[in-house]
Write a protein that binds this ligand. Structure first.
Ligand code: CDP
Length: 228
């Protein structure tokens, strides 16, 4: 029997999933799993190995042979460290290079099969908050609480712009908006596990909400589900 409920989050790029999922996990004492970090880790390793993002077969065996480890760590802002093939790549996974190929890598069915399998295993015992693009629809369709977190592209671009600035990166708001739209398009139009709203997901639009507002709503909904 599961020892606790599971919470699944999906939503477009930079919609605030990571912030909301991380805060909810912290508040509830659950384990936070950012599945985007796993796709990013495989994308990072493919760059190191010189594998082209159109080489589906090599990407699938790369994912199969190099499991990604997420190590919970509340002392850093992400809430976890990312290790693949013996490398701690916690900061590298959000680089421009990774951003530009991650959605192509994530569109490869062989890569998705491997990572989704690992994610299902993590969720088996409950007490997990998992965020991604196919968590409510494919990885944990039975999660007790499913949330589709949305926000307009302008709000998302501004939030990501401020995050990048904070990291000291030289970025332009227009460029970020263009890249988010490009990633959303690939993520929603791919044939395997496209980003979509699950029929039984609660949709939260965070345009006019602070991170605390979103957290309060998620914790309220989690409490409601735990009582069912
Ligand atoms: O944080 P951000 O919204 O920028 O993206 P992310 O959650 O780190 O995910 C990076 C990319 O990985 C997405 O654009 C998707 O292409 C892919 N991804 C996916 O296909 N399935 C998931 N469950 C999670 C991420």
């Amino acid at each position: 029997m599961k020892k606790n409920i599971n919470i699944a989050f999906d939503g477009p790029a930079a919609c605030g999933k990571s912030t909301a999922a991380k805060a909810a996990a912290k508040a509830l004492g659950f384990l936070y799993v950012d599945t985007g970090a796993m796709y990013r880790a495989v994308a990072w390793l493919s760059i190191q190995r010189g594998i082209d993002s159109s080489d589906a077969e090599s990407l699938a065996s790369l994912a199969e042979n190099n499991p990604v480890t997420l190590i919970p760590d509340w002392t850093i802002s992400k809430g976890y460290r990312v290790v693949i093939d013996g490398n701690d790549i916690t900061s590298e996974i959000t680089s421009k290079e990774v951003n530009s190929i991650v959605s192509a890598v994530a569109a490869v069915s062989g890569v998705r099969r491997v990572l989704a399998g690992q994610q299902r295993d993590m969720a088996a015992e409950g007490g997990i908050v998992m965020a991604g693009r196919d968590i409510t629809t494919v990885v944990m369709p039975d999660a007790e609480l499913k949330i589709y977190l949305d926000a307009s592209v302008d709000v998302r671009a501004r939030r990501r712009y401020l995050e990048e600035k904070e990291l000291g990166r030289d970025v332009s708001l227009d460029e970020i908006k263009k890249r988010l739209e490009q990633r959303d398009r690939i993520d929603s139009e791919r044939t395997d596990s496209p980003l979509m709203v699950a029929h039984d997901a609660v949709v939260i639009n965070s345009d006019d909400m602070t991170p605390v507002d979103v957290l309060n709503e998620v914790v309220r909904l989690a409490g409601e589900r735990a009582l069912r």
